[in-house]
Design a protein around this ligand. Sequence first.
Ligand SMILES: [Zn+2]
Length: 129
Amino acid sequence: MEPANNGCLYITGTCNSKSCAAYNQLVWCKWGFGQGDDKAVFYYNSQEGELKCPICAKFVKPQNFGFAGTWFKVVGSYRSPEQPGVVNVDTKWKQAPSTGVTTYKYNKNNLVKWGSLNLHISVNKPVGA
Ligand SMILES: [Zn+2]
């Protein structure tokens, strides 16, 4: 998997299309910058339905995400089986190297439920980072 030149966000999910070569396997959906843009945001709550399998182009339900070759920031809130109440998240900007993907541990038996989730990416170092 080659990150885009300007970096990108990857959202992973399992392809459920029986006719797809990646059926029942984890696929990496790339979410990058628009033409000429140096910033982008994936608004999970309104855009999760836009994720498509890179092989068959059918809808993929998001499971996890990661970043490659970009500055990134995670903003949202979730509920976790490990702690009561809503946990608010507003990370500092961090830089994901272009070698490999910076991601999070995935444990299907210990999933957090995101109430809102916005994934920000930036080509250039953001002010205050
Ligand atoms: Zn597929």
